[in-house]
Design a protein. Structure first.
Length: 88
């Protein structure tokens, strides 16, 4: 009997992949922080202003799509603007 072995866990560790683009999770700071003890909780993105029309093109950090002039955007608690629709 070898009750101490957890083959499922070993398989999982051998097959780690990183969603951030690094070759392995072990080489990725974000993955290590995600799993690490004491990782900071990331507060949800919330709007800190009323919606207004974008005056400059940009990129929305929530959907990673372009913000075009004239679209409804809001300031957020992340020092970025985002599409109004992405906040709600
Ligand atoms: Zn990663
Ligand atoms: Zn967006």
């Amino acid at each position: 009997m070898d009750a101490g072995r957890l083959p499922g866990l070993l398989d999982r560790e051998a097959d780690v992949s990183c969603p951030h683009g690094m070759p392995t999770a072990m080489s990725c700071l974000d993955c290590i922080l995600d799993d690490g003890v004491g990782a900071e909780d990331t507060p949800p993105v919330t709007a800190t202003s009323r919606a207004f029309k974008a005056r400059f093109p940009g990129t929305c950090p929530l959907c990673n799509l372009a913000i075009h002039e004239g679209q409804s955007i809001v300031h957020t608690n992340r020092e970025h603007v985002a599409h109004e629709r992405c906040i709600l």
